[in-house]
Design a protein around this ligand. Structure first.
Ligand code: ATP
Ligand code: MG
Length: 478
């Protein structure tokens, strides 16, 4: 935050030198930063370029009047708080100013303590509005990230995992920037959350931004915020993720994908601990710990001229390397049991454990998609498992040995036969799979889609295709 709780930036606009100077002195004495202007035009320009917590303006002025100031300032920032100063006998004008959006008015002449009291009340309103803006932005940021899985801890007792856990613990205690590197699904986001949760910032916000998912200009305004009117569609001021993460941690996922412009801005935050909103001139101090993740080899990106070298060294303060699952096969059994315990209560309450055969089938596979792929495989198996123990025959076909596939009996999908063409056979299988998942999920579409690992839109298409729902049916649950 730019100010301490009581201090604020106030613009004072009055064409009467004595009045303007008097108000400036009173407000400076009260500890505020005051910018004073003789004309409405200068005042509005300053508000647009620098921003302010409060505008105190005289009503009757040549050129841009107090009414114009209220209108123009609030057109730029609908949350702006304006206090009107009106000369004796112009109460009707003052009332009109309030209708335009001024929060209050003071009638001249007034003693300093009346000005201070009115300014205090107006600043309280200004702070409340700022809190609302921040809350709205935080809610938006959180809800856009809610679908992403969070929480939990690194499971595994192999040497690489124990080493990683010790590194995480040490890094969490510091405020150093951490660069997490690892293949897809190795737990980069999980580690980032642990770094936050084990750090002294744990009670502060943890804000995730998936850098590869957004176009360059969007990412810039997402991270650093923008002023109203900064670009087409910027209808109101927006706080960026760095401001939202103030006092906590920001996690920049897929950082290897960011453009040179965003790289430069990021370097500035890391060096100066301050940001500039898109379309704004003011700098805002932020107190944020940065954790980044990438599956790319950033050093190679630097060598190829795609990533700034100075930024690389700034990010590389504490590098954490996440081992691929194939480098620690001894963790597969532990992880698989962990995922059965985690997901069975929700997907299939019958299943309590994993058979030895299932575990050895899991250990035979190379897991290119790492822990995420293993987790998905267990979730899928739980959908179709029938007994108390998850068996090899319940696993997705690519994990089963030929022998296990041959032993599939009841509950398994019937093997198609005859001279039917392959596409028909595949459709048949697909229809049966969808039907089972749909039943299992008690016809909740989002859950069915999740069980099958496909998008809800794709599921609708399939449900229509196989006649489980009417064409165009979109029930209110979605
Ligand atoms: N060691 C682990 N112990 C327990 N769960 C893990 C472990 N590693 C990963 N997971 C789980 O696997 C899933 C994928 O992890 P995460 O999203 O952190 O991976 P990622 O490296 O960020 O993947 P991507 O590069 O695809 O974004 C999550 O549900 C996470 O909880
Ligand atoms: Mg990730």
């Amino acid at each position: 935050m730019r100010y301490t709780a009581r201090m604020a930036r106030i613009l004072v606009i009055d064409d009467n030198d004595t009045m303007r100077e008097g108000m400036t002195i009173t407000l400076k004495k009260a500890g505020h930063e005051v910018l004073a202007f003789r004309t409405g035009a200068e005042g509005v320009t300053a508000f647009v370029s620098k921003g302010a917590d409060l505008v105190v303006t005289d009503l009757k002025m040549d050129g841009v009047t107090g009414h114009d100031v209220v209108k123009q300032v609030r057109a730029h920032d609908a949350q702006a708080v304006v206090l009107m100063v009106s000369g004796h006998g112009s109460i009707t004008d003052a009332v009109q100013a309030m209708q335009l959006g001024a929060c209050d008015f003071i009638e001249k002449p007034f003693p300093p303590d009346v000005l201070r009291a009115k300014v205090d009340a107006a600043l309280e309103l200004s702070r409340t509005r700022a809190r609302v803006v921040k809350l709205e932005a935080t809610t938006e940021a959180l809800s856009s990230e809610l679908s992403r899985k969070g929480g939990g801890t690194i499971v595994g007792d192999s040497a690489p995992v124990l080493k990683l856990l010790a590194q995480v613990k040490r890094a969490a205690a510091t405020d150093a920037t951490v660069l997490v590197h690892g293949e897809s699904g190795t737990g980069k986001e999980l580690v980032a959350r642990m770094l936050h949760e084990q750090s002294p910032r744990a009670s502060g916000p943890f804000i995730v931004t998936h850098c590869a998912a957004l176009a360059e200009t969007l990412l810039e305004s997402e991270l650093f915020g923008h002023e109203r009117g900064a670009f087409t569609g910027a209808v109101k001021k927006k706080l960026g993720r760095f401001e939202l993460a103030d006092g906590g941690t920001i996690f920049l996922d897929e950082l290897g994908e960011i453009s040179p412009t965003v790289q430069t801005k990021l370097l500035r935050v890391l060096q100066e601990h301050e940001i500039q909103r898109v379309g704004g001139e003011d700098t805002v101090k932020v107190n944020v710990r940065v954790v980044c993740a990438t599956h790319r080899d950033l050093k190679a990106e630097v060598a190829a001229g795609r990533f700034r070298e100075d930024l690389y060294y700034r990010l590389h303060v504490v590098p954490l390397e996440l081992p691929a699952l194939r480098e620690r096969p001894e963790d597969i059994g532990t992880l698989a049991r962990h995922f059965v315990a985690k997901h069975a209560p929700r997907i299939n309450g019958e299943v309590k454990s994993l058979s030895a055969g299932a575990i050895s089938a899991l250990c035979r596979y190379a897991w290119p998609g790492n822990v995420r792929e293993l987790e998905n495989a267990i979730e899928q198996s739980l959908v179709f498992a029938e007994g108390k123990e998850l068996e090899e025959k319940d696993l997705p076909a690519f994990l089963q040995s030929a022998a296990a596939r041959a032993t599939q009996t009841q509950g398994a999908l019937p093997v198609p036969h005859g001279d039917r063409p392959l596409p028909d056979i595949l459709e048949d299988l697909e229809r049966q799979l969808i039907e089972r998942a749909y039943e299992k999920a008690r016809k909740v579409k989002t859950e069915t889609a999740r069980l099958l690992g496909i998008k809800t839109s794709a599921l609708y298409y399939k449900l229509e295709k196989y006649g489980f729902i009417q064409k165009g049916e979109r029930p209110p649950e979605e």
